[in-house]
Design a protein around this ligand. Structure first.
Ligand code: C6P
Length: 408
């Protein structure tokens, strides 16, 4: 196995939280799919903003307002470059992936009617199911589910068979939060386009782990959340092709999204402001930019390669424990392991691991249809990041063995 070129010891020094103890043990943080930890340069950006140039943006002529506006718009360009969008105004600041998806689902109310179809994959997070169900209820369109196999891979032949002139939208995650599967989105996008359907890809779990190039993908809409990318919570992005964002009606009305307002009529601002009503999470947006700088400095390819090493190591070690079943065994995976131990409730393992200072997520991971597919109430999910180590995985495995002994 190729060894990483990353200096993990040095990288870990950037994350103050990794030094803390939990329940008398050094923290082992393996809940990165829920949210990533925050490095010092991002924390410093947040402190720097509130210490030096906290002001509302796009409004004031005073120096602080101009500095804040400048930093916020620079962050938009950093996001544009990270995802290789053609234009800065194709990047909208949102509160996160959930908000991003709702902007598109709401906008499509004007475009869909009875007889139209929205295809959604069987392995979606609730954020990429519920807004489309609501859209279908509003418009009379139907929601159709692209099936998957027991490995947690989409059935591509079935998907192709589902496409027709009625298909108006295809929505799918790039990476499943509950299974780790990397979906073949390039094929999905081109097949959907061949029948004239638009495609939204939920990139919440992909952007932190693999390279994303929205132009190369030729995707119509792509989403991400800063808090999974070493940034703060409450901020994210929606990429939309200019032609789509121009057509799409605004999601919320209010200040900043207008060109002119009278009591008779309002005209809307151009992109991206048409979709950015009200005072945004200014500090969050700027810190999102700093987080992307941090990840870019380390290198997303090096991150992907190292996290794959961690995935292989942890999978092999976990499978040596009797009674372990892993859900999500696709060849193409990011470093997420969802598993159960025969006869033991996932919650009990999660609780005992926490007593040992090991943070994992247990439950349905906001993806109940996946749990229903496997006929389980939930899983234990360990999700890794570039600052995790093999020693931490050893502690996690020892913890699982110990918890299993205690509960058997
Ligand atoms: N998944 C997890 O533990 P927000 O909450 O808007 O930043 O992201 C929602 C979301 C959408 N799609 C996918 C694939 C996701 O994984 C998530 C968030 C977290 O798996 C919290 S539920």
């Amino acid at each position: 196995m190729q060894q990483t070129t990353l200096d993990i010891t040095r990288i870990r020094k950037d994350f103050p939280i990794l030094k803390r103890e939990v329940n008398g043990n050094p923290l082992v943080y393996l809940d990165n799919a829920a949210t990533s930890q925050t490095p010092k340069p991002v924390i410093d950006t947040i402190v720097g903003y509130y210490s030096n140039y906290n002001a509302n943006i796009h409004r004031g002529v005073h120096t602080l307002a101009q500095e804040a506006t400048d930093a916020y718009e620079k962050a938009r360009i950093k996001i544009q470059n990270f995802f290789n969008a053609a234009k800065a105004h194709e990047i909208l600041f949102t509160s996160g992936t959930t908000h991003s998806i709702n902007i598109v689902a709401n906008g499509f109310s004007s475009f869909l009617t009875k007889g139209d179809e929205v295809l959604v994959s069987a392995m979606e997070h609730h954020s990429n199911i519920v807004p489309w169900q609501m859209l279908c209820e509003r418009t009379g369109a139907s929601l159709k589910v692209i099936p998957m196999n027991p490995e947690g891979e989409l059935l591509m032949q079935e998907f192709k068979g589902m496409l027709s002139d009625n298909t108006k939208l295809v929505v799918c995650n790039h990476v499943s939060n509950a299974l780790g599967t990397i979906n073949p989105i390039k094929v999905i996008i081109s097949e959907a386009h061949a029948v004239g359907a638009a495609v939204l890809i939920d990139g919440a779990q992909a952007a932190p782990h693999i390279k994303v190039d929205v132009q190369e993908l030729n995707v119509d809409f792509y989403t991400a959340s800063a808090h999974k990318l070493c940034g703060p919570t409450g901020v994210g992005m929606l990429y939309g092709k200019e032609e789509w964002l121009t057509k799409l009606p605004p999601y919320q009305g209010g200040g900043e999204m207008i060109a002119e307002v009278t009591f008779e009529k309002t005209t809307y601002a151009g992109l991206p402001h048409k979709f950015e009503a009200g005072t945004p999470n200014i500090c969050g947006g700027i810190a999102f930019g700093a987080a992307l700088d941090y990840i870019k400095n380390i290198g997303i390819e090096a991150i992907a390669q190292y996290e794959h090493e961690l995935l292989t190591y942890a999978t092999d070690r976990l499978l040596s424990i009797e009674g372990v079943k892993i859900y999500g065994t696709s060849q193409e995976k990011t470093a997420v392991i969802s598993f159960n131990i025969k006869g033991i409730h996932p919650y009990d393992i999660g609780t005992l691991l926490d007593k040992m200072g090991i943070a994992v997520r247990t439950g349905h991971h906001c993806a109940q249809p996946i749990m229903d597919y496997f006929k389980i109430p939930g899983t234990i999910r360990a999700s890794f990041s570039f600052y995790n180590t093999k020693e931490e995985i050893d502690r996690f495995i020892d913890g699982v063995v110990k918890a299993k002994q205690m509960l058997s």
